[in-house]
Design a protein around this ligand. Structure first.
Ligand code: DX5
Ligand code: ZN
Length: 225
């Protein structure tokens, strides 16, 4: 099953002083999803933003809000992120003992459910929850910061997850260190959603973002099978 290639800019690398404008600009530039990195200073060694900021951004674009929760515990906050307007809510497999419950809760809120795994976590943890998720997010850096270097063995994990997914309707997303060099490696292994922060927001404004989104799409398409 070939799923559409989607580019999901992470606004972690955007200008926080004008986030509404940034979200509108990057959507106009051709972004498919908006990737929202939520960090709690506990599960990851950094703090970003929460549901109030996401809610304020919601009127600025019609693009899918792809929420990546790097928080532990996640369950007490799932409803707040659903109410804020997130469409896909992804929790980390490492963030709590009851992954299945978290996924069921996300779906019961009417949202798509995702699971992310850190570089040190094997793909096999996903085997038992395949029927309960809509998206798998393979981290290609240790979560917490933008601008890190792509970890090469993430490519093997993407290929393993791709094989595990088979014909199921599950998006396969990769996050961290995605550039025109690494994007084709990820799509060749089977990823169809590419998160990119610093590679997209290195310029400023619609014209710059269109160039970076287009170049990533072109590079990613080149690697597809
Ligand atoms: C890392 C975040 C990523 C990050 C990606 O913890 O989950 O989404 O913003 O940034 P780049 O593309 O700069 O690696
Ligand atoms: Zn992310």
């Amino acid at each position: 099953m070939t799923r559409p290639l989607l580019i999901a800019p992470s606004i972690l690398a955007a200008n926080f002083a004008k986030l509404g404008q940034e979200v509108a600009d990057v959507t106009e530039a051709g972004a498919d999803w908006i990737h929202l990195d939520v960090m709690d200073g506990h599960f990851v060694p950094n703090i970003s933003y929460g549901p109030a900021v996401i809610k304020a951004l919601r009127p600025h674009t019609k693009a899918v809000f792809d929420c990546h929760l790097m928080i532990s515990p996640a369950d007490p906050y799932l409803e707040a992120f659903a109410d804020a307007g997130c469409d896909v809510i992804t929790v980390h497999a490492e963030a709590g003992p009851h992954l299945h419950r978290s996924l069921q809760t996300i779906r019961s809120l009417g949202k798509k459910a995702g699971v992310s795994i850190n570089p040190a976590t094997p793909v096999s943890v996903l085997e038992t929850v395949l029927d309960d998720l809509d998206l798998i997010l393979i981290m290609s850096v240790n979560p917490g910061f933008g601008g890190q270097k792509f970890i090469p063995y993430a490519v093997d994990k993407i290929a393993q997850a791709h094989a595990l997914i088979g014909n199921r309707p599950i998006n396969l997303e990769v996050d961290g260190g995605i550039t025109v060099e690494t994007a084709p490696l990820a799509t060749k292994a089977g990823a169809n959603v590419l998160v990119a922060g610093s590679a997209i927001f290195k310029g400023e404004g619609v014209d710059d973002y269109r160039k970076t989104v287009d170049s990533l799409k072109k590079a990613a398409e080149g690697g597809r099978r």
